[in-house]
Write a protein that binds this ligand. Structure first.
Ligand code: ADP
Ligand code: MG
Length: 310
């Protein structure tokens, strides 16, 4: 017998909702959350669509994990503490094998990002996943894109370009030794939590953003919001050893500069402020452009509606 909407929710999504700020979880018309007194609520939603953001035949555990990780990355970029999340799921059918693995990935991400699943919506249609994340931050402490000043240093966390290199691998555009291929695909499917770094940047960073569209595109958002220019030193870009093993350094740098989906943080620190992590990859200057000294077709990031406007 096909699974009803309610037994589906009960079976896969009703037991992941416990957390310190959760007074009422899945099962009623709304969840009830208790943010710490006086704190600001930090809210964001991210949608991924099969065939656009992931392959229809991707391992469902990875699809679930990554959907949550991508949404949690926005909380990290604001310096927020996670409070909880909701999950809007549009499914072509109630495929129990798929749902079992998908919910396993969601459960792993609930634990990794400390984001209890407190509610959601389940509908039928083309496979689409929306994750809304809720967090909190003391008033005035959130990291914005708009505070960078000339003279600040620009930092990034982790390594860059791995997810783009993994996508190129999966598309058959290049081949890597098995160990490197495994590392890179894990970087694509299991983005790291930068929540703790984001929280440590409160009171330190003048601006921050998460890198979902590529370093140059996302640094460009800081530049635009802050009214500054950014100069990137490509020799300073942190590359994983898997990416350093790529036969073309130029290709590796292109992925690091323009590849999306790394979900690392890019942030600016005024002179004299030490970074709790990451590496310095450039400087904030007066101006309005991001300059990396390399021609980069497609550096503006992915635009969903661009071709429609032609
Ligand atoms: P309503 O019709 O009042 O919106 P629903 O039938 O959509 O209620 O959902 C019933 C309960 O299950 C609600 O608490 C809702 O938040 C939760 N829920 C629905 N879908 C999901 C999901 N995919 N993940 C987590 N909770 C869900
Ligand atoms: Mg509903």
């Amino acid at each position: 017998m096909p699974l009803s909407e309610f037994s589906l929710i009960h079976r896969y999504f009703s037991s992941l909702g416990r957390g310190p700020g959760v007074a009422l979880s899945v099962g009623d018309d709304c969840a009830l959350l208790e943010p710490p007194a006086g704190q600001q609520l930090v809210v964001s939603v991210d949608t991924v669509v099969a065939g656009v953001h992931f392959f229809e035949d991707d391992f469902p555990e990875d699809v679930g994990y990554r959907a949550v990780a991508a949404a949690a990355s926005d909380l990290a970029a604001m310096g927020a503490e996670p409070l909880g999340m909701t999950l809007a799921l549009t499914l072509p059918d109630a495929d129990e094998l798929w749902l079992h693995a998908f919910s396993e990935g969601v459960a792993q991400a609930v634990a990794a990002f400390r984001l209890p699943l407190v509610g959601g919506d389940t509908t039928r249609g083309p496979l689409t996943i929306s994750v809304q994340v809720l967090g909190c931050v003391p008033p005035g402490d959130a990291l914005l894109r708009s505070g960078a000043q000339p003279g600040d240093a620009v930092y990034v966390s982790g390594t860059l370009g791995d997810a783009a290199a993994a996508l190129a691998l999966l598309n058959g555009d290049w081949q890597a030794p098995a160990e490197d291929a495994q590392y890179l695909t894990a970087r694509l499917h299991r983005p790291p939590s930068r929540l703790s770094l984001g929280q440590q940047l409160r009171g330190r960073a003048s601006a921050a953003i998460d890198i979902s569209d590529g370093l140059v595109a996302d640094a460009g958002h800081i530049a635009a919001a802050s009214g500054v220019g950014i100069v990137i030193d490509t020799d300073a870009l942190p590359l994983s050893s898997a990416l350093q093993n790529h036969p073309s350094r130029e290709q590796a740098l292109r992925w690091a500069l323009t590849g999306g989906d790394d979900y690392e943080l890019c942030y600016c620190l005024p002179q004299g402020i030490t970074s709790p992590g990451g590496v310095c990859i450039g400087q904030v200057v007066s101006g309005e452009r991001v300059d990396c000294g390399m021609p980069l077709p497609g550096a503006a990031g992915y635009h969903h509606f661009e071709q429609d406007a032609e």
